[in-house]
Each structure stands twice: as structure tokens, then as C-alpha cells.
Design a protein around this ligand. Structure first.
Ligand code: ATP
Length: 317
């Protein structure tokens, strides 16, 4: 089947180099780094060796060029990234607090990403797609939701599959509309990739076992739970429960771990690898990401991951 396609926001990330709360005073910053959860995800798909393309929109500015050239160089099909005149590429300012949580200042909603639409180039890419990956964060940007849902319908109608990372961020829109979107997505999802409490929120359940049971009953083929430094777990009717411990690394910057994890997992599964092996690659991809500053700076090739796994004394079975 055809490439993995995603639809969503591309932006730059600029981060504080000191730990503390908020952006209320001048402080040293580093960046811009290529970013946007869908962009990180699709870059990691391509770096792992999967065919990959993204439907997105950026401004005719340096931040847009930085992102598009990075994706192109890494092997992502950027033919469906529109350049929107008169609107800036989005940005996010990020600062880490001492407890590891993050403060964001987002400039995305009114950026070029809001002009993402079903262009002829997007239609052509989606018509070739074999899989579509959906990020919850993208629905917060006006207009993108409709493009995502059209891509999902089109790819499913041709026998393709769907993965969904709820990617629930407190800074982005939630409420009744968020709930409806999650429910609509769960009805068409083959692979669900929640992290932490997102599992309970997505399933509207009180405990992990109840959430898993509910999601598998809905017809979701696989649920893969990201547990940060505690690793990950796969749940499905076909394979039951498969746990994979995390790799021990020093965390420098957690941004992008979940996206790189999801991309390595999906691309492994699409290549026919069993869940245990896909989880090992995915945990390795997540772990490598957190050791690098910058959301997309820790993406890994399959060879990088195999070396990393071997160096940790673990085996790719
Ligand atoms: P983010 O939103 O920050 O991109 P996420 O919340 O979606 O991430 P996490 O569970 O934080 O997802 O990370 C995904 C995977 O990356 C984990 O399941 C784990 O395999 C790996 N990982 C993340 N943090 C660490 C860490 N500190 N040490 C080792 N592995 C980690």
C-alpha cells in the first residue's frame, strides 16, 4: 500500500535555555527548530525508511523554508505543502519548569497553517496514500479538521488504515467539540497511540483495563500506550498485551518523543514486524529523541535505532 500521509501544523519552536516558569521577562532562547507534531511524526516515518508525505501550509518566510527544506532533505514528500502569501509560519515558544512540565506561547491559530486546504496537490498525495496518521493537536487549527476527515474517508474507502494520536494539550481547544472529534476518530481508528491520561480521557473510562476493553470493543485493532520513562504497552485481540521497558537515558528535552515513538511503531508494523519488535524500535526512537534539544533533532534512521538497541544490550527480535 501507498505512503503514510499526515495532515497538520508545521511551525518552528523556540525554547528557553533556562528552567523556570513563564515568559514574563527577557531570557536566553535557542531556535528556531523545525517542529509541529505532524511534521515531527512524518519526518521520523521517512527517516525510518517508510514512504511519507504531509499536507500542510506554511508562510512565504524563513520559518516556512526552514521546515520544508528539512522535511524534503529527510525524504518526506512535500508536494502538498502549500506556501501561503501574506501569512506567517506558526511558532511556539517553550519553557520547561523544574518539574519537567512545559509552558507554551503558541502563535499558530492565525498562522499560515490555518489556510491548510484540500488543494489539487493534497488530493493527489492522498489518492496515493495507504495510511493516514491523525494528531489531535491539528484539530485545534481552524480548517484543518475538515481536510483531515476528508483524507481519512478517502484513504479508508480505498482499504487504507488510520492511526490516531489524541495529543491532548491543555492549551488547545477542548470541551464538547473536542469530545465529539475524539469519538468520531475512535470510530475509524486502527491504531490508537495515547500517552498517560489521554488513554482514560479518550476512552472516557476510570481505569486502564476498562479503557483498553472499551477501545478494543469499539473495533480499534491496536492500542499502544506511551508511558514516558516507564516504556510502552501494546494491547490487541490478536496479540494480547505486550510490554516493553524503556531505555535508560538522560532526558534533555521531551518534546517529540511521542511523535517519534508513534512513527517508528507504525512504520515497523506497516513493514510487517510484530508488536514486540515494533515497540522496541519505538521505545528506542522515543528515548533517542529526549536526549536531543529540539523537537525534530532526535529523529533516527532504522540503523541508528539498531545501533542504539544493541549498545543497550537489548535485542531486536
Ligand atoms: P510528547 O508529547 O512529549 O511528544 P508523549 O507524551 O506523547 O510525548 P511519552 O510517553 O512521553 O509520549 O514518550 C513516548 C515514548 O518515548 C515512551 O513510551 C518511551 O518509550 C520514550 N520515552 C519518553 N521519555 C523517555 C525517557 N525519559 N526515558 C526513556 N524513554 C523515554
Amino acid at each position: 500500500l501507498g505512503p503514510t500521509v499526515t495532515v497538520g501544523e508545521i511551525l518552528v519552536e523556540i525554547m528557553a535555555t533556562t528552567v523556570g516558569a513563564g515568559f514574563l521577562s527577557p531570557q536566553p532562547l535557542v531556535g528556531p527548530f523545525a517542529s509541529g507534531a505532524p511534521a515531527i511524526f512524518i519526518d521520523q516515518v521517512a527517516q525510518f525508511g517508510g514512504a511519507a508525505g504531509i499536507v500542510a501550509a506554511v508562510g512565504a518566510d524563513d520559518f516556512g523554508t526552514l521546515n520544508v527544506e528539512r522535511l524534503r532533505t529527510d525524504g518526506v514528500d512535500v508536494s502538498a505543502v502549500a506556501i501561503v502569501p501574506g501569512k506567517p509560519t506558526g511558532s511556539a515558544f517553550v519553557r520547561y519548569r523544574a518539574d519537567g512540565s512545559r509552558d507554551f506561547v503558541y502563535n499558530i491559530t492565525h498562522s499560515a497553517a490555518g489556510d491548510t486546504s484540500m488543494t489539487a496537490a493534497a488530493r493527489t498525495l492522498i489518492a496515493r496514500g495507504g495510511h493516514v496518521h491523525v494528531m489531535g493537536s491539528a484539530f485545534a487549527i481552524p480548517g484543518i479538521g475538515a481536510v483531515i476527515l476528508e483524507a481519512v474517508a478517502s484513504i479508508r474507502a480505498r482499504g487504507g488504515s488510520v492511526s490516531f494520536d489524541p495529543n491532548i494539550r491543555k492549551e488547545l481547544a477542548q470541551g464538547d467539540e473536542g469530545r465529539r472529534l475524539i469519538d468520531d476518530m475512535l470510530a475509524v481508528t486502527d491504531l490508537l497511540l495515547p500517552s498517560g491520561d489521554e488513554l482514560l480521557v479518550a476512552a472516557d473510562a476510570a481505569t486502564e483495563p476498562a479503557a483498553i476493553a472499551r477501545l478494543l470493543d469499539l473495533g480499534i485493532g491496536e492500542v499502544v500506550l506511551k508511558r514516558g520513562s516507564a516504556g510502552s504497552s501494546h494491547f490487541s485481540r490478536a496479540f494480547g498485551r505486550v510490554d516493553c521497558p524503556a531505555f535508560a537515558v538522560e532526558e534533555v528535552d521531551p518534546t517529540g518523543a511521542g511523535d517519534c515513538f508513534g512513527a517508528a511503531y507504525l512504520t515497523s508494523r506497516r513493514a510487517g514486524l510484530p508488536p514486540a519488535r515494533a515497540l522496541l524500535y519505538a521505545n528506542a526512537a522515543g528515548a533517542r529523541t529526549v536526549t536531543r534539544q529540539g523537537p525534530m533533532e532526535g529523529v533516527s534512521s532504522r540503523e541508528d535505532l539498531e545501533r542504539f538497541i544493541a549498545a543497550a544490550g537489548r535485542e531486536v527480535k
